[in-house]
Design a protein around this ligand. Structure first.
Ligand code: ZN
Length: 134
């Protein structure tokens, strides 16, 4: 684990949440990206070394839409940057954490990602992410 890379926040409507977070953080949204595989639209902010990722569902039955239905808008996951995602996934599995995907997936922001099931992590959805090196 290198650091907390970003905090993911589930929102209903990016067109309302982007200006809200721009006001809150006094920083502009620097990137918007669609992640087709997850059916989400994302918007990124940066504060120091850590980013905030806002997530809006593109479909009514997407994971973010379902999350908001159950828990309302709010914190969705914490992402930790790792040096080598395969090594870290193996370590997590050996430690008894349940991986939600068995091979790294392509996430937003040029990352390979893997999620850990919240039932094995004190209720917090954890994302491991590794920068895709050119
Ligand atoms: Zn994330």
């Amino acid at each position: 684990m290198i650091r907390t890379e970003h905090i993911g926040i589930a929102v209903k409507d990016l067109s309302l949440s982007i200006p809200l977070f721009e006001k809150l953080l006094a920083s502009p949204c620097y990137k918007k990206e669609t992640v087709e595989s997850e059916h989400v639209q994302t918007a990124f902010f940066k504060k120091g070394d850590t980013k905030i990722e806002l997530l809006e569902s593109l479909t009514p039955d997407g994971v973010i839409a379902k999350f908001i239905e159950k828990k309302g808008e709010g914190m969705h996951h914490i992402a930790f940057e790792v040096e080598d995602i395969e090594v870290e996934m193996k370590r997590m599995a050996e430690e008894g954490f349940q991986l939600l995907n068995q091979t790294p997936k392509k996430g937003a922001d040029n990352k390979l990602v893997c999620f850990l099931h919240p039932k094995t992590t004190n209720g917090i959805l954890i994302e491991l992410c590794q920068e895709i090196k050119p």
